[in-house]
Design a protein around this ligand. Structure first.
Ligand code: G3P
Length: 217
């Protein structure tokens, strides 16, 4: 499973990239607003740090506007992925970019039928929003499983990018039902490494090692 980080904060991306834990980055207009940075400037900076796909979302909601903005964003760097909303115009724009060989991430997916349409539009990634479905007492993970089955039935190459991940269990469950990628907030990625028994065990090993009086180097 590939890990993307869901943030527009460059320092957070750099830290995780240095740990070797990142395959790519996703951003959205809310994350850009939270970063307080200029959108195109921050995308360009992220693309210099990360070789993997970096999703940059269009702001327009009409086909012509999405195409104009997406083509502009695609010029920032070769690894920019154009993020488009799951609307009819967004799907049309997806087909436009796919035909031009530009990668796309179709976002705001909340149903299997929407995901089917995105695959038919040639999307590189489909982003089902797990957490926002769970917020409504619906089952985000069931959606990922349904999409997996549909895509496998027909050999669609669109990658399932589990988004709106809020917890470590979301990451594990998405991996178990076969999501290709998870885009994860930085704190959740770091939390995956933590376990109280790891901390306790390490503390004991460190203490026992010190008692031997030995050194390795
Ligand atoms: O980038 C899309 C998605 O991951 C947003 O997550 O937590 O705002 O629902 P959230």
């Amino acid at each position: 499973m590939k890990f993307f980080v869901d943030t527009a904060v460059v320092d957070e991306i750099r830290e995780l990239y240095d740990y070797g834990l990142l395959d790519g980055v996703t951003t959205n207009p809310s994350l850009i607003a939270k970063s307080g940075r200029d959108f195109k400037e921050v995308i360009a900076e992220i693309c210099t740090l990360v070789d993997g796909p970096v999703s940059a979302e269009v702001a327009a909601t009409d086909f012509a506007g999405m195409v104009a903005e997406g083509e502009h964003l695609a010029k920032i760097a070769a690894n920019v992925v154009i993020k488009l909303p799951l609307t009819l115009d967004g799907l049309k724009a997806c087909r436009h970019f796919t035909n031009k060989g530009i990668k796309t991430n179709v976002t705001l997916c909340f149903s299997a039928n929407q995901a089917l349409l995105a695959a038919k539009a040639g999307a590189s990634y489909i982003s089902p929003f797990i957490g926002r479905l769970d917020d409504l007492n619906l089952d985000g993970m069931e959606l990922i499983a349904e999409i997996r089955e549909i895509y496998d039935n027909y050999g669609f190459e669109t990658e399932i990018l589990a988004a709106s991940i809020r917890t470590a269990n979301h990451v594990k469950d998405a991996a178990m039902v076969g999501a290709d990628v998870a885009t994860i907030p930085p704190a959740v990625i770091k939390g995956l490494a933590r376990h109280v028994l790891t901390d306790k065990g390490l503390e004991q090993f460190t203490k026992d090692w010190a008692a031997t009086g030995q050194t390795i180097l």
